[in-house]
Design a binder for this molecule. Structure first.
Ligand code: AMP
Ligand code: MG
Length: 490
């Protein structure tokens, strides 16, 4: 029995914020997966989303009390401003409140045309739906803030891209699907009342403690800055490349959102790019913190009029808050990296030692994840280093570095088992490697075989645990399996 209705507080913001629209039904929906664990965690049993129902997750049936809508937003895409983006193929069904009192947005992607579709068909191909499901759930298990995947369905309809593909729909949840681009939408229209209404909504819904503040909008800015700094530091620690860090893909609540041509690195390269549309490397691995700041400057521009009526004064007030991003990012980065390297204590030389390993990894074509996996298995003496050394083209360089690393570890005061446990809790065994995702998608799209997807999903549920018999999932791709580029697949 549903005792906990779905509401849509976004609906009350007014017509300029969205288009009121229902999902377009699909021909032959089949449920691929329903996230039982997530349903339990969020206490969804008392809501419409407590069970595995293909018609519901296809948008063919919507809960009685839902007020579905397509959210309006703008965005800087690869640096260029587009005033009218919005949910061109997605629907916000509304919010459910968890037993703990948290408000959770329920959002579906691939649900048909809206006022924001422009030339698009409003649909998603099954491949990207499966990719988002796998990567977002893996990110969650890895400990990274992210939208969660609640369900995926195939639609029984074809979508037309470079070739004909089966269609899919993903239902995902997050604290919010409001983006930096949502603020830009109102600023671009000179609608300051809209910016204020949106900011007040975010504060009311997500950061009510800020209501007590004398400077709530600066407080909001600080919160978003801190969330992005922490988030991007975590991406960097796992070798994750988002791929499309446009302002319309940056959440106001600090979750990773909109998994498009994202990827985890195999062999390490500072400037690694995967996305086929990122020709100039704007969203390269090592550029992600800079772009995070660039996006936050766009948000700040929107909030300035709320910070002070005088534009110059507002800039002066906001400036030091923005500058905190870099400091905060570096703090998060160093804290996370120290744990990966086994350093509980803090020494000034740590950063140089950390940077040096990354340089050797780049030079030696070492696999990102396996390097840290092997590092967390090394002993204090060099007797068992063979598997680690084998990852590097250049054994002498890494051998010299390991000697320095052990010297550094000898300055730790805690016991060595504690060091290993800490390292193993932050250095994953399994990540959603690109070639594995590709194989799951190929099997599903080409042969209608979902067993590859399910098997991979299962392994990624426990990324920090060695799972006997699952060694193949740890491995780097064979030369013929290497995925050089990922596609939006939109
Ligand atoms: P994305 O690259 O998925 O973040 O999307 C960027 C913008 O393009 C958003 O406004 C999307 O809603 C829109 N969009 C992407 N694919 C489609 C599609 N197939 N049909 C309609 N709109 C789309
Ligand atoms: Mg997007």
């Amino acid at each position: 029995m549903e005792t906990n209705p779905i509401k849509n507080s976004y609906f009350d913001l007014g017509r300029v914020f969205y288009q009121s629209i229902r999902p377009t039904p699909v021909r032959n929906p089949e449920l691929i997966i329903y996230n039982q664990a997530l349903g339990k965690e969020l206490g969804l049993a008392a809501t419409a989303f407590g069970s595995a129902d293909a018609a519901l997750y296809a948008g063919n049936q919507i809960p009685e009390d839902a007020q579905p809508l397509a959210m309006a937003y703008s965005g800087h895409q690869f640096g260029h401003f587009t005033p009218n983006l919005g949910d061109g193929r997605a629907i916000l069904l509304g919010q459910v409140v968890t037993p703990g009192g948290r408000s959770i947005d329920i959002h579906m992607k691939g649900t048909g045309k809206t006022a924001f579709s422009r030339d698009g068909d409003g649909r998603a191909a099954l491949g990207p739906v499966l990719r988002e499901y796998l990567v977002s759930e893996a990110m969650y298990r890895l400990g990274v803030p992210t939208t969660r995947a609640l369900a995926a369905v195939s639609t029984g309809e074809a979508v037309y891209r470079e070739r004909i593909l089966p269609g899919g729909i993903i239902t995902r949840v997050a604290a919010s699907f409001i983006r930096i681009g949502t603020f830009e939408y109102f600023t671009a229209r000179d609608d300051m009342a809209g910016v204020k209404r949106l900011a007040d909504y975010v504060i009311d819904t997500h950061y009510p403690q800020l209501k007590e503040s004398e400077t709530p909008y600066l407080g909001l800015l600080d919160t978003v800055i801190e969330g992005q700094a922490a988030l991007i530091a975590q991406w960097m620690q796992l070798g994750f490349i988002h791929g499309v860090m446009n302002t319309d893909n940056m959440s106001i609540t600090g979750e990773t959102i909109d998994y498009g041509p994202c990827a985890f690195m195999d062999h390490f390269a500072h400037d690694r790019v995967f996305s086929s549309i990122d020709r100039h490397g704007r969203y390269a691995y090592n550029n992600q913190p800079n772009i995070g700041l660039w996006n936050l400057i766009r948000l700040t521009e929107c909030l300035l009029p709320l910070i002070d009526a005088d534009a110059e004064t507002a800039v002066k007030i906001a400036q030091p808050h923005l500058e905190k991003f870099i400091h905060s990012y570096q703090q998060h980065w160093l804290k996370g990296m120290r744990a990966k390297f086994g350093f509980k204590s803090e020494f000034d030389e740590d950063k140089a030692l950390i940077d040096e390993l990354f340089a050797i990894m780049a030079e030696g074509n070492a696999d990102f994840t396996l390097t840290f996996y092997q590092l967390s298995r090394l002993e204090m003496d060099a007797s068992d280093d063979a598997a680690m050394l084998a990852l590097f083209d250049d054994a002498p360089a890494i051998t010299r570095w390991l000697a320095k690393w052990r010297e550094r570890l000898r300055r730790e005061t805690s016991d060595d088992d504690g060091r290993k446990t800490m390292m193993r809790s932050v250095n994953p065994v399994y990540i959603p490697r690109n070639h594995l995702i590709e194989a799951a998608i190929r099997a599903a799209e080409d042969r209608g075989d979902l067993t590859v997807f399910h098997a991979l999903h299962e392994v990624l549920q426990r990324p920090y645990e060695v799972q006997p018999g699952k060694e193949a999932y740890m491995q780097q791709p064979q030369p013929h399996e290497v995925v050089q580029q990922t596609f939006c697949g939109t």
